[in-house]
Design a binder for this molecule. Sequence first.
Ligand code: NIG
Ligand code: FE
Length: 390
Amino acid sequence: MSTVAITDIGSLVTNDPNVGHGALGLLEDAALVIDEGVISWVGHKSQLQATDELISVEGRTVLPGFVDSHAHLMFAGDRAAEFESRMNGQTYSAGGIRSTVAATRQASDVQLLENLTRLQAEMLAGGITTFETKSGYGLDVETEVRSLRLANQATSEVTYLGAHVVPAEYSSNPDAYVDLVCSQMLSAVTPHAKWIDVFCEQGAFDPDQARHILTAGKAVGLQPRIHANQLHAGNGIQVAVDCDAASADHCTHLTDHDIDLLAGSKTVATLLPGAEFSTRSPYPNARRLIDAGATVAIATDCNPGSSYTTSMAFCIAVAVREMGMTPAEAVLSATVGGAKALRRNDVGHLGLGARADFSVLNAPSYIHLSYRPGVNLIDQVWQGGQRSTK
Ligand code: NIG
Ligand code: FE
């Protein structure tokens, strides 16, 4: 196996404070070495030893691949008309999910896979090198299993979200649907999933149901995460922390008590700027969370209803402009924050032994990701030591 050096890096974000300065572990005029798909050396380019191959990035910025810890890519159809009516004044509600459920149930495996592959390619081109994806647009045993089985072809971070919303056929008996999610559906999906998630929200599942569902998932070895406090304040954060969820996602409406709970736990607060943007909702205040000591991640929440974007750069720019994050905090949250939300330490940084997943930016620093919104700055993307674009 040959070694590859990337050199003439104008600014290298390692996210390893032992390697460079500040929380981003920044190094100027740097180089890195890839050996067997992992980072085997980082340092000043003048200290670079001989390698089998040498690639100059001519002063550009290199940063860790983005880790998108929250996406819903297993669906068919779109909801452009719903978006348009929202922009005409309609409010967003959990119920819109059902129209995607109808389209997803009708879709073939080939169609679901084509949609997944298309969105995965968009993510990769935009610098996302690790992503999570959920089921949740099947809501029957067959389509939930199908969604999760197919998702495994694209990522190891696969989440069972049978509890996304109560499907129409159970609307008069939601408890029977919760039973299905925790029994027959759970047994059928367990071989295909790593995580279990619940949409804990008015119009979806209440905190008691959410706790029940996550507990049932944990009992069969799935790891919990939760959609909490997106549209209203509620007890979702308490459920997350009690269940040791890896992540509580959305966190749009938080009380001081919720913030203390998150800061005192290992549960990451995952913010989804695309969702507030596309539902024209107030943004969560990341500053409050960070100042209290909570770990914050940013993710795309890519889905056809509330956030149809695969662009982490867009999410970073919105988080900086609207959520009170600094450019550095937003980059950390989209990389190592996402990794923590997936309880991974092999991605999200470029320290020794990390996976060689990184992007080369056509810009002199990471700041340009939020300073130049809407501009595609990604010049190259490397995944597992292989260059995947251009
Ligand atoms: O994360 N909040 C719940 N689930 C998605 C939205 C799903 C939809 O509207 O289709 C979300 O925003
Ligand atoms: Fe979501």
